[in-house]
Ligand binder design. Sequence first.
Ligand code: NAP
Ligand code: GLV
Length: 326
Amino acid sequence: MSRPVVYVARKIPENGLRLIGEQAEIRLHSGALPPTRDELLMGVRGCHGILSLLSDRIDAEVMDAAGPDLKAISNFAVGFNNIDVAEAGRRGIAVGNTPEVLTDATADIAVALLLAVARRLPEGWQAVQQLQWKTWEPLGWIGIELAGKTLGIVGLGRIGTAVAQRLHGGWGMKVLYTSRYPRPEFDLQFGAERVELEHLLQNSDFVSLHVPLSAATHHLIGDAELKQMRHTAIIINTARGEILDQVALFDALHSNRLWGAGLDVCDPEPLPANSPLRSLANCLIVPHIGSATITARHAMAERCAHNLIAGIQGKPLPYAVNTAPL
Ligand code: NAP
Ligand code: GLV
């Protein structure tokens, strides 16, 4: 009997490819860049499964191109806004993601960005590189202290909780958060308070975004919201670029209405060469490296492979976004 065929949209850690290869024939897009739309549409033809990255838009057109044998889409990411999950559900195609195993890595990046922006590390390093470090400066590179400040978590899920744990536990921060549902245990454990977004923005020293990207969260933070923040505040985005309106962010940072920003995610990615955000000293941008640790990527590869294998075998996905038709 012929083996099922799966399209793998990029090289992932070897442990994942090995697991998949034991059960299926792999059609690998081995380029360093994502497949073009045409390559993707060609590549998935006749496949039983697709292993996608967050940079691959998997919609009805791709599902049509794959054809009627497509049973599973396994995303090498926890976020799945790149996939039309409702359409997959209608077609009985299971969709999986890689939750939990990247929570610590991504929370660490959020904290790293906050520390770097608050203490102006990129400016300091640039001064060293450009031989502008002349002496110990009593008034140079003055930043903001983290201890005892108020942290606002927008979207208290896995990563938001892990960031709160770090900054409450390590720096004694008071925690405010938004969530669609009350979290009494979390409130008790962290002395935290669930509040409306406006209250959070007005009363936080640092705001960290952790909601998934959806129609409801697109540009959740725009001009009006940034204007509600303190002039000394810092915003951190490790969620998705489209959640934070970058034009409004530029205005707020450029006019010093906001102290700084740390972004692991942008809109679009990669950040275009002419993006005005590149010119700002108070905006630190890193290339979407939240889950980029050996531990996290290895575990993501394993989780993603198990999802894909289960899906093409018609079994429930261990980490499913949807399994049953919607
Ligand atoms: P999660 O556990 O599902 O947390 C997201 C939280 O957002 C949920 O708990 C939900 O809380 C809240 N939420 C959902 N929709 C909302 C809405 N419309 N308004 C307000 N709150 C809403 O997911 P996670 O594992 O923490 O990951 C969060 C996101 O981080 C992912 O979706 C992904 O986009 C991003 N991410 C980025 C990286 C990176 O490399 N930078 C790595 C991993 C993840 P309630 O249901 O209580 O409202
Ligand atoms: C990364 O951004 C993810 O969603 O896993």
